[in-house]
Design a protein around this ligand. Structure first.
Ligand code: AHG
Ligand code: MN
Ligand code: MN
Length: 331
């Protein structure tokens, strides 16, 4: 007889919340609303090719990058799932320059949500996996509607983090500080079902590295030396999708290292600290891995602006330590 229990994400989140004695349902409601938004975005991502909604929306986001229609759609879905639940003081997103206030007509709460609504957007119109990333903090400002200070907390203060990958199936992975759990969307019943309980980054049998190696000549000597060293190993192989969520998801399940270092064109790297690096760093650490900016934990950085970038080296602890050793003295 099959002894496996069916656990929905909603049930799992409620069970997690019991670990916080003073929690009153807010935390579980926020995560449940994120799961709802993920289902709506997943449906649209799956339909994108059919509905012809892919393509450039004709304007650029605050980083000056081309915004595509699904980015805007995902932004709106998450905002509309979250603005009226009464649990958030404010939000911040890759797609919006300043903090996102909760409309005056709705009540506010004690939490702050930061997110990248659609990550890997250059892969949308070639049918390659993309994702959503989010982090959750408790408000610190004492202001009902939150302030920038609430969104610029260091990553160690995250109380939950997660991502969704829209791949061959849609998966939502989250941590609330007690391990990392993965759920696969069963589209026939519209539920995320627990499929990957207590994920641990494996010490890979092969050394798998994931980076945009076309930038080799722009890297610092330490990063080049690290990759040169990896390539001399018999067991070494490479994978690079170009969607951060997807590359980190594979690294979480298979082991290895993903990195996007600083380089001569991007002196701070490309990835954003607040809503890309920090949530994924919390997940990787909770799974037994590490996440570094090259000279220490990403989670210990203190953000000074919403859209600031950071170099990121993330994956199995041993490889992240190796790259830090190669970079010692560079920054
Ligand atoms: P976004 O689509 O949210 O702007 O993020 C893009 C990112 C990230 O997903 C990926 O790791 C990286 O850009 C790839 O950059 P390169 O094309 O320079 O390799
Ligand atoms: Mn992104
Ligand atoms: Mn994005």
């Amino acid at each position: 007889m099959n002894e496996t229990h069916l656990v929905t994400i909603d049930r799992h989140i409620i069970d997690e919340e019991r670990r916080f004695p003073d929690a009153r349902g807010a935390f579980s409601n926020i995560l449940t609303d994120m799961a709802l938004a993920a289902k709506v975005i997943s449906r649209e991502v799956n339909m994108a090719g059919l509905l012809d909604i892919v393509g450039q929306a004709g304007h650029r986001n605050v980083q000056g990058e081309q915004v595509q229609k699904l980015d805007v759609f995902a932004q709106n879905v998450i905002y509309r799932a979250m603005d009226h639940n009464g649990h958030l003081a404010c939000m911040a997103s890759e797609e919006v320059e300043d903090i996102i206030p909760i409309p005056e007509k709705f009540p506010t709460g004690d939490y702050v949500l930061v997110f990248d609504p659609l990550d890997g957007s250059s892969n949308i119109d070639v049918n390659v996996s993309i994702g959503t990333i989010f982090g959750l903090y408790r408000k610190v400002s004492g202001q009902a509607r939150g302030t920038l200070e609430d969104c610029l907390q260091s990553g160690v203060r995250q109380i939950a983090a997660g991502y969704v990958v829209y791949g061959s199936s849609t998966m939502m992975v989250y941590t609330a500080g007690a391990g990392v759990h993965g759920f696969t969307l069963d589209p026939s019943i519209g539920e995320f079902i627990l499929s990957h309980p207590d994920i641990r980054v494996p010490e890979a049998e092969i050394t798998l590295y994931s980076t945009n190696e076309a930038y080799y000549h722009r890297w610092t000597p330490g990063v080049r030396a690290f990759v040169d060293g990896l390539r001399t190993r018999e067991d070494c192989s490479a994978r690079y999708v170009g969607s951060l969520v997807t590359d980190v998801h594979r690294t979480l399940l298979r082991g290895g290292i993903f990195f996007y270092p600083r380089d001569s064109r991007s002196p701070d790297g490309k990835l954003r600290l607040v809503y890309e690096a920090n949530p994924l760093a919390m997940i990787m650490e909770q799974a037994g891995g590490r996440a570094s900016h090259g000279a220490g934990r990403v989670l210990e950085l203190t953000p000074t602006s919403l859209h600031q970038r950071t170099p990121l080296f993330i994956g199995s602890a041993r490889l992240v330590e190796e790259v830090e050793a190669c970079l010692a003295g560079e920054s």
